[in-house]
Ligand binder design. Structure first.
Ligand code: COA
Length: 254
């Protein structure tokens, strides 16, 4: 079975992260599949909304660390950046159903979704500093904007997770439901959207995001430059080696 499942019905493309044994961590091949699915959905008039979902127990553990180290994203044409450009510029509504941990890009991709429905077990985290890295997906801009600087600093500098209630309060999440209901709720809302006039949806989303499109695109490039440089530095090497060796990283000498 593929690690990314796609299904289109009733005007809704559903993209499912389907690698539960590895906590839905995302490989370059998975980014490439999702990027391609978004390109096709953007062009396909039969697709009027997109839903991202994982599993009731896990949304995503973020980048697959081993795969990421083997195939470091070296240019802005790398699959991860193609995916991020696709989701951040997608003209039609994007929804997500999020249950369980949403780590790294598992959280930052949500800043590019219009509606996020969370299971009450959802736990969001952006532990880039703990990995010797810096934010991605324009989260260095979008997290302070959406969460307020203070809460963004706790999430991005301390790398502290936050739960569904906090995400609801800060507007990252639209509603919290039992995990078994999140995917169905996202589907229902997506189908409601799919029944509305597409031109109005696209224009409304465009107007809501007007003024931040350029900033987001530029920030992604700036973050990617820093992220790429930091990946090769000792802190990230120690963090990733520690993860592979299933031990705590030791930054005391770095
Ligand atoms: N990359 C690669 N493999 C990962 C992974 C990742 N980001 N996250 C989890 N896995 C793998 C584990 O190595 C383990 O594989 P194994 O069974 O072959 O040993 C398997 O998925 C299960 O993970 P485990 O940590 O045992 O599950 P858990 O339920 O105890 O914890 C998480 C779940 C998501 C909290 C935890 O896996 C985690 O923190 N992952 C790392 C997240 C991270 O730092 N992501 C940032 C990437 S930029």
């Amino acid at each position: 079975m593929s690690d990314i499942l796609t299904d289109t019905s009733a005007g809704v493309l559903t993209i499912t992260l389907n690698r539960v044994d590895k906590k839905n961590s995302i490989t370059a091949a998975m980014y490439a599949s999702m990027a391609e699915a978004l390109v096709q959905a953007e062009a396909d008039p039969a697709v009027r909304a997109v839903v991202f979902q994982g599993h009731e127990t896990i949304f995503s553990a973020g980048n697959d660390i081993g795969d990421f180290l083997n195939a470091k994203p070296s240019t802005m044409d790398s699959p991860v950046f193609r995916f991020l450009r696709g989701i951040s510029t997608f003209s039609k509504p994007v929804l997500a159903a999020v249950c369980g941990p949403a780590v790294g890009i598992g959280t930052t991709l949500l800043f590019h979704c219009d509606l996020v429905y969370a299971g009450d077990n959802a736990a969001f985290s952006m532990p880039f500093v703990n990995l010797g890295l810096c934010p991605e997906a324009a989260s260095s801009y979008l997290a302070p904007q959406r969460m307020g600087y203070g809460r963004a600093a706790e999430a991005l500098l301390l790398g502290e997770p936050f739960l569904a209630e906090a995400a609801l309060e800060m507007g990252l999440v639209s509603r919290i439901v039992p995990p078994s209901e999140a995917a169905a709720l996202a589907q229902r809302q997506a189908q409601k959207l799919a029944a509305k006039p597409l031109g109005s949806l696209v224009e409304t989303k465009r107007l809501m995001k007007l003024g931040q499109v350029e900033v987001v695109a530029q920030r992604m490039v700036q973050e990617a430059q820093s992220f790429g440089r930091m990946l090769a530095e000792p802190a990230a090497r120690e963090a990733f080696t520690a993860f592979m060796e299933k031990r705590k990283p030791d930054f005391s000498k770095i």
